[in-house]
Ligand binder design. Structure first.
Ligand code: NAI
Ligand code: MG
Length: 356
C-alpha cells in the first residue's frame, strides 16, 4: 500500500525521536512491501521562528491532505513569552479541531520487564496493567464559552462545560469499537451525581451499551476512578470520558507505568485519518543530546499502522520488536537501571529496526 504521512518534527527532542520513528516505519514498509512518503512540515516554536506563527497555512493544509499525521512534540521555554494567540501548543489545538479529531486514545501498559519502574506496589502491578483511555478531545469546558469580568470590584471568571448528544455518542462509539479489539470491557467515567453534562453523558452511553451486548459496561464516578487507578488498575480495559476528566486521568494512568517516554497516543475523528504522537512534551532539558527515549514515538507510529492504515500485523511486528529489545536489557537513560545496557536515542532506533 502507498501511504502519505505528514510529519511534524517540532521542537526540543522532537526531531531526534521522529528520526527514529521514521527509520522504523521504513523498515516495516520494506518488510511488508508498502511505500510510505513523508511530507515534513513546520509547526510549533520552530515555525514561530521562521514564519512568525506556530501554524502556517501551508502546514495546516498538509495535515488536511494526507493519510495521517505523525508528530514529535512542540514548545519550550524559548517561546514562553510569545503572544498567547500564536503559542506553540495553539498549533496542535488548531490541527485537532480542523482535522475533526474528537477522540484521543492513550494506552497505559506496564511492560513486564519494566514492572519495577512502576511506582505502585509489586503485588498490584503483578495483576497486570493494560488499559486504554479514550478521551473526548474537542468539546467540554476546554472549548466552551469563557469570560473574565469585573463584578462588584472583583474579577469573576467563567468557563462553560457543554456537550451535545452527538458529541458524546461519536466518542462513545470509538470506545465500544476499540473494546471489541481488546478485552471487551468499557468503563464510562463521569460526575453524574453533580453535573448535567455527565447525566447526559451517562444516558447516551447506556443507549450505546445496548448496541454492544458483547461488551461489558460499567459506570464510574471520576473521583472514584482516580482512586481505583492506583488501587486496582487491572480492572480497567477501555475507559471513556469527557475532555477535562480525560486529561487528568490519562496523565495519572501514564504515571503508573513508570516512564513517560514509552507511551504513544492517537487522535481520531471520522474516517481513518488521525494524528499520532508520544504523550510527553519536547523535553528541552535533554534536547540535542541524543539520549531521549524514542519508544513512545515509535509505538505511536505502530498505532498509526493499526488504527489508520489497517496494518495490524505490521503494527504488531513493531510492538514485538520493542518488547524484544526491552527483554534483552537495552534501555535509554530514562529507564536505565544497573546491569542493563544503556543506548542512545539513535542506537535504540537502530536496535528496534534490527529486530524487525
Ligand atoms: P516533558 O514531557 O517535555 O518533560 C518532562 C520530563 O520528562 C523531563 O525531565 C524530560 O526530560 C522527560 N522526558 C520527556 N520525554 C522524554 C523522552 N522521550 N525520553 C526521556 N525523557 C523524557 O514535559 P514538560 O517539561 O512539562 O514540557 C516541556 C515542553 O513541552 C513545554 O514547552 C510544554 O508546553 C511542551 N509540551 C508539548 C506537548 C506536545 O507537543 N504534545 C505535550 C506536553 C508538553
Ligand atoms: Mg495533560
Amino acid at each position: 500500500m502507498n501511504k502519505r504521512i505528514t510529519v511534524i518534527k517540532g521542537d526540543g527532542i522532537g526531531p531526534e525521536i521522529i528520526d527514529e520513528a521514521i527509520k522504523v516505519l521504513d523498515a516495516a514498509a520494506d518488510k511488508y512491501h508498502h511505500h510510505f512518503t513523508y511530507n515534513y512540515i513546520d509547526a510549533g516554536g520552530c515555525a514561530i521562528d521562521k514564519f512568525g506563527t506556530s501554524l502556517p497555512d501551508a502546514s495546516l493544509a498538509a495535515c488536511l491532505d494526507c493519510d495521517s499525521v505523525l508528530l514529535g512534540a512542540v514548545g519550550g521555554p524559548k517561546w514562553d513569552q510569545v503572544d498567547p494567540a500564536i503559542r506553540p501548543e495553539k498549533a496542535l489545538l488548531k490541527i485537532r479541531k480542523e482535522m475533526g479529531l474528537f477522540s484521543n486514545l492513550r494506552p497505559a501498559k506496564v511492560f513486564d520487564v519494566l514492572a519495577a519502574a512502576s511506582p505502585l506496589k509489586p503485588e498490584i502491578v503483578a495483576q497486570g496493567i493494560d488499559l486504554l483511555i479514550v478521551r473526548e478531545l474537542i468539546g467540554g469546558v476546554y472549548f466552551g464559552e469563557r469570560e473574565t469580568k469585573e463584578i462588584n470590584n472583583e474579577l469573576k471568571a467563567t468557563d462553560i462545560m457543554s456537550y451535545s448528544e452527538h458529541e458524546i455518542e461519536r466518542v462513545g462509539r470509538v470506545a465500544f469499537e476499540t473494546a471489541r479489539k481488546r478485552r471487551h470491557h468499557v468503563t464510562s467515567v463521569d460526575k453524574a451525581n453533580v453535573l448535567d453534562t455527565s447525566r447526559l453523558w451517562r444516558k447516551v452511553m447506556h443507549r450505546l451499551a445496548e448496541e454492544y451486548p458483547d461488551v461489558t459496561y460499567t459506570d464510574m464516578l471520576v473521583d472514584n476512578t482516580a482512586m481505583q487507578l492506583v488501587k486496582n488498575p487491572s480492572q480497567f480495559d477501555v475507559v471513556v470520558t469527557e475532555n477535562m476528566f480525560g486529561d487528568i486521568l490519562s496523565d495519572e494512568a501514564s504515571m503508573i507505568t513508570g516512564s513517560i517516554g514509552l507511551i504513544p497516543s492517537s487522535s481520531l475523528g471520522v474516517g481513518s485519518r488521525g494524528m499520532y504522537e508520544p504523550i510527553h512534551g519536547s523535553a528541552p532539558d535533554i534536547a540535542g543530546m541524543n539520549i531521549a527515549n524514542p519508544i513512545g514515538t515509535i509505538l505511536s507510529a505502530a498505532m498509526m499502522l493499526k488504527y489508520s492504515f489497517e496494518m495490524e500485523a505490521e503494527s504488531q511486528a513493531i510492538e514485538d520488536a520493542v518488547n524484544a529489545v526491552l527483554n534483552e536489557g537495552y534501555r535509554t537513560a530514562d529507564i536505565y537501571t544497573e546491569g542493563k545496557i544503556k543506548l542512545t536515542c539513535s542506537a535504540m532506533g537502530d536496535k528496534i529496526v534490527s529486530k524487525l
